[in-house]
Design a protein around this ligand. Sequence first.
Ligand SMILES: Nc1ncnc2c1ncn2[C@@H]1O[C@H](COP(=O)(O)OP(=O)(O)O)[C@@H](O)[C@H]1O
Ligand SMILES: [Mg+2]
Length: 245
Amino acid sequence: MAKRLPKIDSFGFQPGRRLAGKYVFESLLGGGWEGEVYKVVEIKTGIPRAAKIFFPQRNARDRAVKFYATKLDRLRDCAITIQYHNSETIRYKNMNLTCLISELVEGELLADFIRKQPGRRLQAFEALHLLHAIASGLECIHNFGEYHGDIHTDNILVRRRGVHYVVKLVDFFHWGAAGPSKIREDVIQLVGVLYEAIGGANWYAKQVPEIKAICCGLKRGLIARRFPSAGRLREYLESFEWATG
Ligand SMILES: Nc1ncnc2c1ncn2[C@@H]1O[C@H](COP(=O)(O)OP(=O)(O)O)[C@@H](O)[C@H]1O
Ligand SMILES: [Mg+2]
């Protein structure tokens, strides 16, 4: 019988604590289903990094770390992917836990960014601008034959720079081998992000036709037929004609 792994849903590492003798904890950046992510500083250089520490029950035999690190490494040339650095081990309650050290992303969670907007939603044109930034980044991932697997507003970090959105994706999820169905699922989830950004169900009926043409009433089959990959969605966003004034 497989050994039962202890269930942990928060580590609570405090600022000042050391990690593997090389980093020092600064603050908690966020947490989710798989683990917690902290801002840490490399002691020798003073360079800040992000350290994701996996809950043991989500990372049996380091499988989750390996999938995440391998995927980040394969996709290191995609601007939307965070840069993987290395892995470390931290001692916690008599256990050895694996930490994944990556670039620290400047910016905020898309969920928080949307919440801060007037009326807690984006106007159509701005939402499409943001969608274009994410679709272009995701296109690179799809061109590598890879997929993200868990696209939602808590896994997208965003920052405005000039008139552009700089977007990073964190938290790739492994659902098995890549293929067209995984790529289609990414696009369906991305369209769900647009839907959420414009205010969700409460505001959908009032949206301009240009938004509805992309959201397709969240009908999965329709979205998949119209936009079978992020690249197709990006091309569409660069060329559709506006009917509304
Ligand atoms: N490299 C990073 N730089 C800055 N913040 C990050 C980074 N990676 C993750 N985060 C923050 O930590 C949160 C949890 O990380 P994530 O990888 O999504 O963990 P989980 O798998 O538990 O959801 C994210 O929602 C984000 O706010
Ligand atoms: Mg997450």
